[in-house]
Design a protein around this ligand. Structure first.
Ligand SMILES: Nc1ncnc2c1ncn2[C@@H]1O[C@H](COP(=O)(O)OP(=O)(O)OP(=O)(O)O)[C@@H](O)[C@H]1O
Ligand SMILES: [Mg+2]
Ligand SMILES: [Zn+2]
Length: 547
C-alpha cells in the first residue's frame, strides 16, 4: 500500500468527515461491537478470548475491547486504520467474516469519536490513533492516523522514528504520558504474549444527552438504551436486541472464542441445539448445486420470540426474521425458530441484513414453505399422540432436546447425556468432567453434529422412509463392525483402545436411539442402557419392519 505521510504521520486520502458518515451504516450499537468481535475471531487473529469492559479514564466513559489473538505488526496496524484493505483467507476451514476492510473503522467510530489501538506481536508493540476529535482540533483535510512502534527486544525498547505521531497522541488522546501508553500495552501481557486492546471514548450520546449504553442496569451486562425497548415492548423484543450479553451468546452459530463481558464469562449458546422438537430439513435452491440445511425447533424460553436466525459464515446477520405463515395474522408458526447458514447470500456492509436480491427473496420464500411444513408436521404428530389435548403446542412447557456445553480449556463443544440441565453445571466446565468417556479429554475431536454427519455420510432422512432405512442400515453396518472389534478385544489388548472403542460404541448407539425416535416418535428410550445391546436389537426389528 502507498504509505503517504504528513510530517511523518501516516495519511489517507479521505476527508475526516467520512469517518462519521461511514459509521452511520450501523444503525444499532451492538452491530458496531460485533465488528470488533469479528476481527478478533477471524482466522488471521484467532483469539481464544475477548474481553469487553466499561471503564472510566480521566472522568470519561470508555469502552475497552481486548483479545489474546495474534496482534499486529506496524504494517498491519496501518492497514487496520486505513480503508479497504482486507486480505483475510480461510485457514483450516475457518472462514473469515471480514471482507470489506471497513469494519473496524465503521464500528469504532459508531461507538465513539475517538479510538486508540494497542497491539503486541512477538517482536513489536504498536499504538495507533483514529480520532475525530484530533482531526477536528488540527483542522485536518485528510485523515491522519498517528502510529508509533516499539521493538520488543528483551528489556530494551527502541522507539522508531515516530516523534510526530507520539506527540500527537500524547497531546490529543486521553493518554498524556508514555508511561500511560505502556501501562495499556502491559495490560495485554496479562492475558497473553500477543494481542490487541482497543479503547474508545467520547462515546456517542442519544438525542437526550445520555450515552446510548446503560452500564448500571446490570453490573455484568451492557444494555442498549433504546427508547422503544422498555416496559411492555421489552418483553416483545428478544433479549439479544438490548442486552449485549444475550447478543454475544448467539453471535456465532458455532462459538469459537470465549467472550468475557465486564468480568463475567458469556455462556455461549449453540442456538440450533437449544431448541425443542428439533427437525433438520433441507432443500436445493435453483441457483445452487448444493443442498441447504435448516434446523427447526421451538424456542423453549419465550414463545413470543420466533423466526429465522440467519447466519453467514458462522456469524449472525439477521435474528428472529419471521417468514411465511409467521408474517400472517393466522397465528401459525408461533414459537418456531429456524436456523440457517446462508453462505450463498451477500451480507450488506453493516452485516445486519442481506442484499435484497432475487436469491434472498427466494430464500425467504423457501424458508416460509419449509417452516409451514414443519409446523404442520409437529401439530399432526401431536394430535396423533394425544388426540384429547387442546392446548396449543406453542403454549406447552418445553425443554431443549439436547444439552451441549463448551469446554473452558479447549473450547470444544460436548454433548451431555439426556436429562442433564446445562443451567446446573459449574461455572467452569472441562472435558475431563464429561460423563461420556469417549469425549472426556480435550485431545478428542468434537463429535460431528447431526447435520454434518448426514451431509458427509448419509442422505437426508427426515420424513423420507427410504432415506431413513438407508441410514439405519448404514448404522447397523457400523455397529456390526464395532461389535466384532469388541469381541476380538476379549484377548488382552491395549486397555486404552478398548476403553475408547466402548465409548465409540456408546455414542453410536446413542445416535441410533435418536434416529429410531425420529422414526417412531412414541419410543421412550429414557431407560435404555447404551452399554448393552438392547438398542441394537431394536434397530434390527425396525429394519425388519421396514423391509
Ligand atoms: N483485533 C485485531 N487483531 C489483529 N488484527 C486486527 C484486529 N482488528 C483488525 N485487525 C486488522 O485490521 C484489518 C482491518 O479490519 P476491518 O475490520 O476494518 O476490516 P476486515 O475485517 O478486513 O473487513 P470487514 O470490513 O469486512 O470487517 C483486518 O483485516 C485485520 O488485518
Ligand atoms: Mg472486520
Ligand atoms: Zn476440553
Amino acid at each position: 500500500m502507498a504509505s503517504r505521510t504528513h510530517r511523518g504521520i501516516p495519511l489517507s486520502a479521505l476527508n475526516p468527515k467520512f469517518l462519521h458518515t461511514n459509521s452511520t451504516s450501523h444503525t444499532w450499537p451492538f452491530s458496531a461491537i460485533a465488528e470488533l468481535l469479528d476481527n478478533a475471531y477471524d482466522p488471521d487473529v484467532r483469539a481464544k478470548k475477548f474481553w469487553i469492559d466499561w471503564t472510566c479514564i480521566k472522568g470519561l466513559d470508555c469502552l475497552s475491547f481486548m483479545d489474546n489473538g495474534a496482534g499486529m505488526t506496524r504494517g498491519k496496524m496501518h492497514k487496520m486504520l486505513s480503508f479497504g484493505f482486507s486480505d483475510k483467507k480461510a485457514t483450516k476451514g475457518h472462514v473469515p467474516v471480514g471482507v470489506y476492510g471497513n469494519g473496524f473503522k465503521s464500528g469504532s467510530m459508531r461507538l465513539g469519536k475517538d479510538a486508540m489501538v494497542f497491539t503486541k506481536t512477538k517482536d513489536s508493540m504498536t499504538v495507533g490513533f483514529l480520532s475525530q476529535s484530533y482531526l477536528e482540533a488540527i483542522r485536518a483535510q485528510q485523515v491522519l492516523v498517528p502510529i508509533i512502534t516499539f521493538m520488543r527486544d528483551g528489556q530494551n525498547l527502541y522507539p522508531l522514528t515516530d516523534a510526530a505521531s507520539l506527540q500527537a497522541i500524547l497531546k490529543h488522546s486521553i493518554f498524556n504520558t508514555e508511561i500511560e501508553l505502556f501501562s495499556e500495552l502491559r495490560a495485554i501481557s496479562v492475558v497473553g504474549a500477543t494481542g490487541t486492546r482497543i479503547i474508545i471514548w467520547n462515546l456517542r450520546k442519544t438525542t437526550n444527552g445520555e450515552t446510548e449504553f446503560d452500564f448500571s442496569a446490570d453490573r455484568y451486562d451492557i444494555r442498549a438504551n433504546h427508547s422503544d425497548c422498555s416496559g411492555e415492548s421489552q418483553s416483545m423484543t428478544p433479549e439479544s436486541g438490548y442486552s449485549l450479553r444475550a447478543y454475544c451468546k448467539i453471535l456465532y452459530l458455532k462459538p469459537r472464542m470465549q467472550i468475557i463481558l465486564r468480568g463475567q464469562k458469556v455462556k455461549t449458546e449453540l442456538i440450533s441445539k437449544s431448541l425443542a422438537h428439533i427437525a433438520i430439513d433441507n432443500y436445493r435452491p435453483t441457483f445452487l448445486s448444493k443442498r441447504v440445511w435448516i434446523t427447526f425447533g421451538f424456542n423453549t424460553k419465550n414463545k413470543e420470540h420466533y423466526g429465522i436466525m440467519m447466519y453467514h459464515k458462522n456469524r449472525l446477520i439477521k435474528a428472529y426474521e419471521r417468514v411465511g405463515c409467521q408474517r400472517k395474522a393466522e397465528k401459525k408458526g408461533v414459537g418456531v425458530i429456524g436456523v440457517i447458514e446462508c453462505n450463498f447470500l451477500q451480507p450488506t456492509h453493516n452485516k445486519q441484513d442481506f442484499d435484497n436480491t432475487d436469491k434472498y427473496r427466494k430464500t425467504i420464500h423457501n424458508l416460509g414453505v419449509k417452516l409451514e411444513e414443519y409446523w404442520n408436521e409437529i401439530r399432526y404428530k401431536r394430535k396423533k399422540e394425544d388426540p384429547q389435548c387442546t392446548m396449543p403446542i406453542e403454549d406447552i412447557l418445553k425443554f431443549p432436546d439436547q444439552s451441549w456445553v463448551q469446554c473452558d480449556r479447549c473450547l470444544k463443544w460436548r454433548r451431555l447425556p439426556d436429562g442433564i440441565d446445562c443451567n446446573i453445571l459449574p461455572e467452569m466446565w472441562f472435558c475431563s468432567m464429561n460423563p461420556d468417556p469417549q469425549f472426556r479429554s480435550c485431545h478428542v475431536e468434537e463429535e460431528p453434529e447431526d447435520q454434518e454427519e448426514e451431509q458427509h455420510s448419509y442422505p437426508k432422512t427426515y420424513k423420507q422412509e427410504d432415506g431413513l432405512s438407508a441410514q439405519c442400515k448404514q448404522l447397523k453396518e457400523e455397529l456390526k463392525n464395532m461389535r466384532q472389534r469388541e469381541n476380538k478385544r476379549r484377548s488382552p489388548y491395549s486397555a486404552l483402545c478398548a476403553e475408547e472403542d466402548r465409548g465409540t460404541l456408546w455414542t453410536l448407539r446413542h445416535r441410533i436411539g435418536r434416529l429410531l425416535v425420529s422414526f417412531v416418535p412414541a419410543l421412550d428410550l429414557n431407560q435404555v442402557d447404551y452399554n448393552s445391546s438392547v438398542i441394537d436389537e431394536m434397530l434390527a426389528q425396525v429394519l425388519q419392519e421396514l423391509s
